[in-house]
Ligand binder design. Sequence first.
Ligand SMILES: [Zn+2]
Length: 193
Amino acid sequence: MLKIIEFPHPTLRHKSKPIKRVDSQLRSVIREMFDLMYAANGIGLAANQVNLPLRLFVANLAGKQDEGEEIVFINPVISRERGNEEREEGCLSLPGLYGFVRRSTSIRVNAFTLDGTEIDQEVSGMLARMILHETDHLDGVLFIDRLSETGEITARDTIETFKRNFEDQARRDPDLQPQNIEAHLREWEARYC
Ligand SMILES: [Zn+2]
């Protein structure tokens, strides 16, 4: 059973290696990721956010199972970044926190879908922003790393609260011990990367 992990869980800082194979277990992981994303009212969810070191994210800009299009981006690569714009973002791993982040307005994205089809697209607007946010996750980068100085000051107290809550949980939950997280990530990497 997967669940969405919250900042500052160490897996959110893990830089994921490319995926080399897809099997039925990975397909069910992806289905579960979509379900968790919808339940949390998100439009994108990266594997790091469910404590997995896999270079993939799921997305549906409509945020609802029966609407929009479900896309799985495997091993995404961003290039040709153009323009920039500041917009408010949130993150399912930092629930309740929002902040303005400056990002490129248009990008090229290369990736593979679950059935092995290649994605090679120029995208812009909200789709580009979501892809940049999720690809950041795969590199261990969070939107709070990209806040302006003012944004950082505003977010500081909430970020400290997340840290304290995690420390409390980590004291009680063996799954949150650094060596156990490390072993879990290595096991999944050995299987898919
Ligand atoms: Zn996020």
